[in-house]
Design a protein around this ligand. Sequence first.
Ligand code: PGA
Ligand code: MG
Length: 213
Amino acid sequence: MIVIFDLDGTLIDSAPDIHATANAVLADEGLGQLDLATVRGFVGRGVPHLVDRLLGAHGIADPVRAERMTANLVARYEGAVGLTAPYPGVGAVLKHLRGRGDVLGVCTNKPLAPAMAVLRHLGLDQYFDAVAGGDSGLPRKPDPAPLLDTLARLGGGTAAYVGDSEVDAESARAAGLPFLMFTEGYRSAAAETLPHHAMFSDFAELPGLLDLL
Ligand SMILES: O=C(O)COP(=O)(O)O
Ligand SMILES: [Mg+2]
């Protein structure tokens, strides 16, 4: 089958690098630092949303400043991979799924260049036949378009989406794909409130859950 994965908060815990980069951008703007949990809660809807939330945390709504900060954040984040790690068991499960003939892809709201950079850095890029970023020109998740486009790039067929957040749950629902929810990521809503076919906290459970679809 085809298995498409979200990236931030699903395959990788990238919040520490995003947090460090966000604070560097805030410092450039003369704005105060935010803690990791706060910034982690802003991740999952793409960079422009993250920047709006960074400014919002300081009581600011300023589109011109937001645009400047978005460009700064994208530039600074490129190559910020040192604090990012895959969740336990991710490499092994990707290898296992590939080995049994599943076709794998990534559909993230993170821009494509840093998504590819971190996948390469962690040695995970080898497992994926398609990686779709949030700057593709399509609407971002929770719109179903990027997910459907990734599925088409992988040849179409029986598929599932694996993600961590309300954005992913909604995108999968709208695309008509079963959603498998990793519970250790950056979700803010209670897991039970999100539409899902199954949830898991340990990647070793994933192959068995896919078998049940
Ligand atoms: O918000 C982002 O930049 C990326 O988040 P995602 O990988 O969870 O889609
Ligand atoms: Mg995510």
